[in-house]
Structure formats: structure tokens, C-alpha cells
Design a protein around this ligand. Structure first.
Ligand code: GDP
Ligand code: IMO
Ligand code: MG
Length: 428
């Protein structure tokens, strides 16, 4: 069982951080393969709570080597501050390895992200404002700056100047923003070089050798399937591929090496930022899910939009990721509802639709068709086995499994490492 992918099956914030941390003790490498510090992964270890944005959650497991793959976009200031924050709390971060091919988020990428959103007005995406989209745009446009460029001053100069030649025109003429001075950017970036140099290595070689040697490698996704730039609710998405294929391109590991793909699935649904969300609730139930579930963004502090579980989305995640298992999280949050509606299909223009429509217009028109399942009132946070769950909670899990198309192999009943029911081992 050498290589596993663990990814979000909905719109992010499913509990990936907790799930990765839980497995971290048994795996040799945890690899981030896409996204950047737009992610917010919460890990609770005993009475300590950690909020990680850029670093892989495996950094909290002493035996594990955390890796930032080539597909990630790295804000060097955030990287160093996250590392020093962990060091101050006694976490050893010395094993971290960073791909020299990962792209850097520059200060002007952050500026462009913010001014673009402002310019879009009502049509804005609701990005995290961390420069993610503009950095990936530069990468695809072949005007990006990579981690390895920090170690060649003359190349760094040339690349920053080339990027700014065009960008400054746009900033000044379209957004009425002052031009960015290349010299200042280069100076700031060079200031990070020496602190980052020691972490940089050929991560594809490292990871492929590790897999060939039978080591266990876990690829940890940021964001979620419905935020994927190809498979999500475009244009209300992030600018990378959190879906399973992204692990291959974002880490330089072939698909034949991946043995298991685990979808992290919240027992209800949340979303941050703009875009369609068929089961979104605007009533007291939505407010209750937000309050009980603590649904507030780890990165931006924004309230998350909340709604009932959507099985159409779960089925879609199974399909586009080739999921082998689900890890169902936050089942405890649903305790206390007498009845729990679950969306089983959509009604679109008067027709029942079982699969996620490929047309954006249809998805915007989708109305959820609900089936209602009986709830439970018993505290489930101490349950250690499936049998210890109340009968109605068991039936809820079984119904979700049936609708979603892959086995539910673990269930989260609280934020802590030990608040988990393991049904099938992920590492067999
Ligand atoms: P991520 O971005 O997918 O890592 O998820 P976030 O950390 O942004 O949000 C998930 C939140 O739910 C965090 O506050 C976790 O501590 C918490 N959490 C994870 N699993 C569970 C669970 O099973 N029950 C409860 N009550 N909280 C959980
Ligand atoms: P984790 O890893 C939830 C959302 C933003 C916005 C859209 C684009 O914690 O699950 P971006 O800054 O990426 O260009 O914003 O994507 N978004 C997330 N939503 N969880 C995340 O990460 C997210 N990362 C980005 O809110 O709608
Ligand atoms: Mg999050």
C-alpha cells in the first residue's frame, strides 16, 4: 500500500487536516501537491490546536517527512512564518522538503488577486486574496517565478522584470494602480533565499524512490473536488487540480503508483466564497449547522455557507477521483436533529437529474430533491466502533455510503485525533 491520495470530496474544509494527521503516524511522507496558503487545515492534537495553511499536515508527526510538491504555489513569507510559528511551539520542521520547481507567490500576484476581485464587483469569485489565481496564471503563461530562481540572482532579475513589463501596464492602465518596482520585488525575494535553500531538493526523485522502496506516501489535497479548475463549479473554483490526477502532475508520480484514493466527506455540506450550492440553507437549520459545526474559515475567518448533505456531489467525487474509500467527518454535528434531509437528486427545469450536470447554467438552476432520514439524540463523540453508534446514525452512514458509490472506511465524531471510528484500515 505505498501511495495514497487524500482529498476533499466537496467544496473544501471537509476535515482533510485531521484525516491526514491521523494517518501521519503510520506514513513516511505527506505531500502537498497543489494549492498554496489558500488552504486552512485544522489539526487538534490533545489540547493543542494547529492551523496549517501551506505546510502538509504530516509536519506534526515526528516520523513523517513533509513535502511541498512542484504543483504547489509557495508564498515564501508565509512559509517562513508558518515554520517559525511551529518551531516556537516545539514542532521540529527540519525534515521539510520543497520542490525547486514549485512556483512562488510574489507580492505583485497578491496585488493582482485583490484588484481583480475588486474590479469584478458583484461577479467576484470570493478568493482568499492570497495571490493563488494570478500565480497559477503566470505559471501557465510561462512568466512565473520558481523556487529555484531564488538561487540565481540574474535569472530572478530577468524573470521578475519580464513579468512586470506586462503586468505594470495592466495595473496602471486598467486598474489605476501604481506600478510595482522590479528591484524591490527582487530584493525581497532574495532576502528569503538563504532561509529556504536548505529545504529544496528533487522531490520527484525522492518520492519515486520512496515508493519503489515500499515506503508509505500520502498525498494531501488542498481545497476540494468542486473547487477543481477542471472538474469544479467553474469559474467559482480555485486555480489548480485538487482532484486525484493533480497528485500525479503536482508531485511527479505516475498514476500506476497510486494505490488508494480517499475522499474526505463532511456529513453535511459547506462552501466558502461565491458560486452555486444547491443544498444551501438560509434558515435556522443552516445557522445551527454553522454554529454547532464551528463553520468559520481557518484562512479568511469568513462564515462558511452551510447546507444538507448532497449525494449527487459525493457520487461525482467518486467518479472524477476514482475514489476507493470515504472518510465521513463531523457526524457528531448532526446529533439532535429529529429528521435529516439528504439531497438524492436534482430537479432541473422540471426534470429529475441523478448526475451532476456538465452545464453551468443547469447547475445554477438545480433544485435539491430530498429524502428525509430519522435523526438521533445520543452523544456519539465517545463512540469507538460503528456498533456503538445509535441505530439511526448507523442507518444515516449506510444510506450515505449507498448513495455515494464508495465504502465509508472511517467516521469522524469529533475534532480530536482519537475521535474517529475506523471501519476499514486505509493502510492494508
Ligand atoms: P480542511 O480544510 O479539510 O482540513 O478542514 P478545516 O480544518 O478547514 O475544517 C474542518 C473543521 O472541522 C476543523 O475545525 C476540524 O478541527 C473539525 N473537524 C474535523 N473532523 C471533525 C469531526 O469529525 N467532528 C467535529 N466536530 N469536528 C471535526
Ligand atoms: P481547504 O484546503 C474552502 C475557495 C475560496 C474561493 C475559491 C477561489 O481549507 O479546504 P482562491 O484564493 O483559491 O483563488 O479562491 O476557492 N477556497 C477554499 N474554500 N477551503 C479551502 O481550502 C479553500 N481554498 C480556496 O473561498 O471561493
Ligand atoms: Mg480548510
Amino acid at each position: 500500500m505505498p501511495a495514497l491520495v487524500l482529498l476533499g470530496a466537496q467544496w473544501g474544509d471537509e476535515g482533510k487536516g485531521k484525516a491526514t494527521d491521523l494517518l501521519g503516524g503510520s506514513v513516511d511522507y505527506v505531500v502537498r501537491y497543489q494549492g498554496g496558503n489558500n488552504a486552512g487545515h485544522t489539526v487538534v492534537v490533545g489540547d493543542q490546536k494547529y492551523a496549517l495553511h501551506l505546510l502538509p499536515s504530516g509536519i506534526l508527526s515526528p516520523g513523517c517527512t513533509p513535502v511541498i510538491g512542484n504543483g504547489v504555489v509557495v508564498d515564501p513569507a508565509v512559509l517562513l512564518s508558518e515554520l517559525s510559528g511551529l518551531n516556537e511551539r516545539g514542532v521540529d520542521t527540519s525534515k521539510l522538503v520543497i520542490s525547486g520547481n514549485a512556483h512562488l507567490i510574489t507580492p505583485y500576484n497578491i496585488t493582482v488577486d485583490k484588484v481583480t476581485e475588486r474590479f469584478l464587483g458583484k461577479r467576484k469569485i470570493g478568493t482568499t486574496g492570497r495571490g493563488i489565481g494570478p500565480t497559477y496564471a503566470d505559471k501557465i503563461n510561462r512568466t512565473g517565478i520558481r523556487v529555484q530562481d531564488l538561487f540565481d540572482e540574474s535569472i530572478l532579475h530577468q524573470k521578475v522584470e519580464a513579468a512586470l513589463d506586462f503586468k505594470n501596464q495592466v495595473l496602471a492602465k486598467l486598474y489605476n494602480h501604481r506600478a510595482v518596482v522590479a528591484e524591490q520585488v527582487v530584493e525581497e525575494m532574495l532576502g528569503y533565499a538563504d532561509q529556504i535553500r536548505g529545504y529544496v531538493a528533487d522531490t520527484t526523485l525522492l518520492l519515486n524512490n520512496a515508493i519503489d522502496d515500499g515506503k508509505v506516501v500520502l498525498f494531501e489535497g488542498g481545497q476540494g473536488t468542486l473547487l477543481d479548475v477542471d472538474h469544479g463549479t467553474y469559474p467559482f473554483v480555485t486555480s489548480s487540480n485538487p482532484t486525484a490526477g493533480g497528485a500525479c502532475t503536482g508531485a511527479g508520480v505516475g498514476p500506476t503508483k497510486i494505490s488508494r484514493v480517499i475522499g474526505i466527506l463532511k456529513a453535511y455540506t459547506t462552501r466558502v466564497g461565491a458560486g452555486p450550492f444547491p443544498t444551501e440553507l438560509f434558515d435556522a437549520d443552516g445557522e445551527a449547522l454553522r454554529t454547532i459545526g464551528g463553520e468559520r474559515g481557518v484562512t479568511t475567518g469568513r462564515d462558511r455557507r452551510c447546507g444538507w448533505f448532497d449525494a449527487v456531489i459525493a457520487r461525482y467525487a467518486t467518479r472524477v477521483n476514482g475514489l476507493t474509500d470515504f472518510f465521513l467527518t463531523k457526524l457528531d454535528v448532526l446529533t439532535g436533529w429529529e429528521q435529516i434531509p439528504v439531497c438524492v437528486a436534482y430537479e432541473i427545469d422540471g426534470k429529475r437529474v441523478e448526475e451532476l450536470p456538465y452545464s453551468q447554467t443547469d447547475f445554477h438552476h438545480a433544485k435539491p430533491i430530498y429524502e428525509t432520514l430519522p435523526g438521533w439524540s445520543e452523544d456519539i463523540t465517545k463512540a469507538k466502533t460503528f456498533a456503538e453508534l445509535p441505530k439511526n446514525a448507523q442507518a444515516y452512514v449506510k444510506a450515505l455510503e449507498e448513495m455515494s458509490g464508495a465504502p465509508i472506511s472511517a467516521i469522524g465524531v469529533g475534532p480530536g485525533r482519537d475521535e474517529t471510528i475506523e471501519i476499514n484500515s486505509f493502510l492494508d
